[in-house]
Every structure is written in structure tokens, then in C-alpha cells.
Design a binder for this molecule. Structure first.
Ligand SMILES: Nc1ncnc2c1ncn2[C@@H]1O[C@H](COP(=O)(O)OP(=O)(O)OP(=O)(O)O)[C@@H](O)[C@H]1O
Length: 327
């Protein structure tokens, strides 16, 4: 096992890589069948997921999120490109790379006749974690299932099962944990408690990658968001910046008289003259009030005949980025 992995998730050392996951020009084309043509699911994804982050991977159905995760998990063979997990190349050191990642799949595939303790022990056995190093009780406690350690999995609620899945993905103490749609079909209360667990794991040093359809979930949890559409990254920036796109409104002003140029007072507002009588101004509602803009127009001697506002919200941004037809 490479040195870079010989540490627990909670004790990142200087030798730990800056990127928990790094992929370069990752491509996947699924082979066609007699009935279906080949499908290019990933069209050259380049991403660097910072160590210690909670990273959101968003995209509509069929965008390629599962393909991306399954390549990292070693479940799907990439067509081309490079990928490394915790600095370990998935081609050169497939086993070590897989040991650096824990995946919580969408489906709750737990054996109903095993108890949480047995399920975690079995999983630890699969990963070759020596008995003395197993953290079964600590993990069960971390996901709030200590008092259910010996209950049959079939008697656990949906939320408990999902938390057990998280613990199962953590038995080999991977520094990177991927949660695939962790709260699909989960009620609001449970969602909050799952989020709290995810934050706790992250505070303890685990890098979290989350795929979700819920913008609200990504907004709440993730420090960085990548939006994938048709197998391509269409946005990748801090959640703050992405939301910053929302703190943006457009005011379209119809004037009474022609203007030759944009008045200097509006240079800071990315103002444009669409026509000599149509001035478009962009502003941040958090910083600028409409009344101030109108005041500035009056001061500049502009007679406003009519005005309209164009608003955007996170959903608009997402839809704008993901509704574009495939290239
Ligand atoms: N085994 C496969 N064979 C052929 N095509 C596939 C296969 N798996 C996925 N695809 C196709 O590749 C594209 C990407 O699928 P993928 O499951 O990665 O998307 P996704 O973003 O995870 O979607 P969802 O949000 O619905 O889970 C889709 O068009 C899908 O139909």
C-alpha cells in the first residue's frame, strides 16, 4: 500500500495529496448493442476535488454521475483519461486506489438477516481489515446506531439503513467517501440528521463527494459544486460563487430620449445600451437598492419611461446550465 494511504482519514499529513480525487480528460463510451448505438456517457471530464472538501456533483438524470463514480469504484472501465484517488492512479494501483475510497450506493442493499455489527464485520473482512483494527462500535456510534448493533437489518427504518450503509462504506477508513444520492426519498427530518453525520465525518477529516438532484442539499452541505450535463462539466466553482450568480438581477430601462453612450455612473453596473433608448443594468440586490439606481438615473438626467426586472435563482442557473442540448 502506498505511503499516502497509510494513515487514517482523520489525520491528514503533509504527504496527503492536495486533491482527494483528480481526473483528467476522463471518457467513457458504453458499447452499443443490436438495438442501441454506443453511448458516450463521459466526454472528457477534468476535475480536481480538494482534500477535506464536501464536494457536490450535480446533474440531471443521465448526466454521467454514476458512470463517473463507478469508474472510481472500479466497477466500470473508463475508455480513456486519467484518474487518481488520494494521489493513487486507478490503473497503476487499482487495489490501493479502491482502498482509498468508500462508496455509499443509492440502493439499500443490506442483507436483512444480518445485524449491523455483523454487516460491518463482514465488510471489514472483505477489505482485509485486521480484527484488532476494526472500529465497528465507534462507527456504529458515529452513525447513531450503537443501540441497534445487534438488531436484524430488516427491523431498521429506512433512515437507519442508510446510515448503516454509510458506516459500511467507512469500515476500511477511506479518506474519501462518496455518497450517491444519499437522501433520495428521505424525509426532511432524517435528511437533516444525515447531513449532520456527513458534516461530522468531514470534520473528522474525510473528504466527501456527494451526488444529488437536490440543489438545496448541495447548497446546504457542499463547499464546492460541479455541475455535469451530457457527460461534460458545465460549471465547477465554490458554492458561494455559484450562489453569487443568484445575487444578480437585471434591470431593463426604457428611456424617453436617445442616449449615445452609457452614462459613467453606470459603468460599474455592467450597463449596456441595447438600443439608444434601452439601457440594461446589472446589479447585486445585496449591495444595491433599486431606489438608488433610479436616483442615479435621475441625477444623470435620464428620464425613465418604463422598467422591468429579470430575476434568476439557483434553479434557473442549474436549468440554464443543464438544459443546453448535447454538443
Ligand atoms: N451499462 C450501460 N450501457 C449503456 N449505456 C449506459 C450504461 N450505463 C449508463 N449508460 C448511459 O450513460 C449515460 C450516463 O448515465 P449515468 O447513469 O452515468 O447518469 P447519471 O448522471 O448517474 O444519471 P442518474 O441521475 O439518473 O443516476 C446515460 O445516457 C445512460 O443511459
Amino acid at each position: 500500500m502506498p505511503d499516502s494511504l497509510s494513515r487514517s482519514a482523520g489525520t491528514a499529513t503533509d504527504s496527503a495529496p492536495a486533491a482527494a480525487i483528480a481526473v483528467t480528460d476522463l471518457r467513457k463510451t458504453y458499447a452499443g448493442t443490436a438495438k442501441a448505438p454506443p453511448k458516450e456517457a463521459l466526454k472528457g471530464i477534468t476535475l480536481s476535488i480538494p482534500r477535506g472538501s464536501i464536494y457536490g456533483l450535480l446533474g440531471p438524470n443521465g448526466a454521467g454521475k454514476s458512470t463517473f463514480i463507478n469508474i472510481l469504484a472500479g466497477l466500470v472501465n473508463k475508455t480513456s483519461g486519467k484518474a487518481s484517488i488520494w494521489g493513487i492512479d486507478i490503473d497503476e494501483h487499482a487495489r490501493s486506489a479502491r482502498a482509498a475510497i468508500g462508496i455509499v450506493p443509492q440502493e439499500l442493499n443490506l442483507d436483512p438477516f444480518f445485524t449491523p455489527r455483523e454487516i460491518l464485520d463482514l465488510q471489514a473482512g472483505l477489505y482485509g481489515v485486521p480484527k484488532a483494527e476494526r472500529q465497528t462500535d465507534a462507527l456504529l456510534e458515529a452513525v447513531g446506531l450503537k443501540d441497534k448493533a445487534n438488531a436484524y437489518a430488516r427491523t431498521l427504518s429506512g433512515g437507519m439503513r442508510r446510515r448503516l450503509m454509510v458506516a459500511k462504506a467507512m469500515v476500511h477508513a477511506p479518506p474519501v467517501l462518496v455518497l450517491d444520492e444519499p437522501t433520495a426519498g428521505v424525509d426532511v427530518e432524517l435528511r437533516q440528521s444525515l447531513w449532520a453525520h456527513v458534516r461530522e465525518l468531514n470534520r473528522a477529516g474525510t473528504t466527501i463527494v456527494l451526488t444529488t438532484h437536490y440543489l438545496e442539499e448541495a447548497q446546504e452541505l457542499c463547499d464546492t459544486i460541479a455541475i455535469v450535463n451530457h457527460g461534460q462539466v458545465v460549471a465547477c466553482e465554490s458554492t458561494e460563487n455559484l450562489l453569487g450568480r443568484l445575487d444578480s438581477k437585471e434591470m431593463v430601462v426604457t428611456l424617453d430620449a436617445d442616449l449615445a453612450t452609457v452614462p459613467p455612473a453606470f459603468a460599474a453596473f455592467d450597463a449596456k445600451l441595447e438600443t439608444p433608448r434601452r439601457l440594461v443594468v446589472h446589479y447585486k440586490p445585496s449591495e444595491t437598492r433599486v431606489a438608488d439606481l433610479l436616483g442615479a438615473m435621475a441625477a444623470a438626467g435620464l428620464a425613465v419611461k418604463d422598467l422591468s426586472m429579470v430575476e434568476s435563482d439557483l434553479e434557473d442557473v442549474f436549468l440554464q446550465l443543464t438544459r443546453a442540448p448535447a454538443a
